[in-house]
Ligand binder design. Structure first.
Ligand SMILES: *Cc1c(COP(=O)(O)O)cnc(C)c1O
Length: 385
């Protein structure tokens, strides 16, 4: 018996929501080559331009020479190698926490934390715009699942006051991945403290980018001591891949015992850990990358505003242009593509209905001329619209 899948696929097409990976024929960087055509790339999350940094590549190559390409086992069997341990210690020091624990991906880290800490007697409170992995983690945990209006600490407070759960976990993105705005962490920490809740921040898009040392949202907003659980990814600002959770020694011990996505999976290659150790040091030290990014962001926002485009309340490298309909977002993305610019259209269910957008991401790998080229192309579209 085979399932009849064609109806679902056709429906997806009809909705303009059919998704397809494109084959990239160049490494992640300022340009991208697709189908033999070269584009300026405004899609990646390599905010600091570290994915192709020569020192990071050298660290990866050296470690592959020394450690091989596979760890060979899960961390608790015999896959936890010296470079993993060293990176965990460096991440704990960087984020000002007792300990850190590596996961293979951010998705798995979020599932792991939430299922390890929560069960049926507990409750999880999530911002409506949280990343899919946080929503999935909350659902999988079996805890009572509550969502609150985006960035609304008062709404959260009302939900928490009514809750009689054993454990109350509040989870938010530090920087929202499709909007680029930041969670009001001090207000959320107040509400958590007031109601005996624990605060977890997924800082996938803040780490490396925010704070003068790239320590992310918690330092940028001065709430590191008030946030019990930090999840960070290595595949965005740090330019490699994988993720970590940082917090108290007790939290990390709990995850080692109970987080199934940590226990039952192969440890990332040691070479990735070794490369990340170098990219982390560079992200911390090389503040010129963040300064350049800030210049590019300001230039883009100024120019886009002058064109009358609808920007969102973001000061981060994620600079979405709100379009509305799925079809128009796709058309605009296609029009830019014809002018040599790669910008992804983001459609529901990744964003709410009627809020399809172009998700422009900026990187320290860009030049001001690249931002100007994007603005020039957008202005042309505005005129012919
Ligand atoms: C990308 C992302 C993740 C998932 O991280 P991966 O390492 O890519 O699995 C989790 N949370 C947020 C907010 C993200 O943007």
């Amino acid at each position: 018996m085979t399932f009849d899948l064609s109806a679902d696929l056709e429906e997806r097409h009809r909705q303009h929501r059919y998704r397809q990976p494109q084959i990239m024929e160049s490494p992640c960087g300022r340009h991208a080559v697709v189908n033999g055509q070269r584009y300026l790339n405004f899609c990646s999350n390599d905010y600091l331009g570290l994915a192709n940094d020569p020192e990071v590549i050298a660290a990866f190559q050296n470690a592959a020479g020394e450690w091989g390409v596979g760890s060979g086992a899960s961390h608790l069997v015999c896959g936890h190698q010296r470079p993993h341990q060293d990176l965990e210690e460096a991440l704990a020091a960087h984020t000002g926490r007792e300990r850190a624990l590596l996961f293979s991906t951010g998705y798995m880290a979020n599932l792991g934390v939430m299922t390890a800490l929560l069960g049926k007697a507990d409750a999880v409170f999530e911002d409506r715009l949280n990343h899919a992995s946080l929503l999935d983690g909350g659902l999988l945990s079996g805890a009572r699942f509550r969502r609150f209006a985006h960035n609304d600490a008062d709404a959260l407070n009302r939900l928490l006051q009514r809750s009689e759960a054993r454990r109350k976990l509040v989870v938010v993105d530090g920087v929202f991945s499709m909007d680029g705005d930041e969670a009001p962490l001090a207000a959320l920490a107040d509400v958590c403290e007031h109601n005996g809740a624990c605060l977890m921040v997924d800082d996938a898009h803040g780490l490396g980018v925010l704070d003068e040392k790239g320590r992310g949202s918690l330092f940028a907003q001065g709430v590191n001591e008030r946030t019990q659980i930090l999840m960070g990814t290595l595949g965005k600002g740090l330019g490699t891949g994988g993720a970590f959770v940082a917090g108290s020694a007790e939290l990390i011990e709990t995850l080692i015992q109970f987080a199934r996505t940590y226990i039952y999976t192969t440890a990332m290659p040691a070479a990735v850990a070794a490369a990340t150790q170098v990219s982390l040091a560079k992200a911390r030290r090389e503040s010129h990358r963040r300064e350049k990014l800030a210049t590019l962001i300001a230039r883009f926002r100024d120019g886009a505003r002058q064109l009358g485009l609808t920007l969102m309340g973001s000061t981060t490298p994620i600079q979405p242009i709100l379009v509305g309909s799925d079809e128009q977002a796709l058309a605009l993305s296609q029009a830019l593509r014809e002018q040599g610019l790669l910008v992804t259209a983001i459609r529901p269910p990744t964003v709410p209905e009627g809020q399809a957008r172009l998700r422009v991401t900026l990187s320290a790998a860009h030049d001001t001329a690249d931002v100007d080229a994007l603005l020039a192309a957008l202005s042309q579209y505005q005129e012919t619209d």
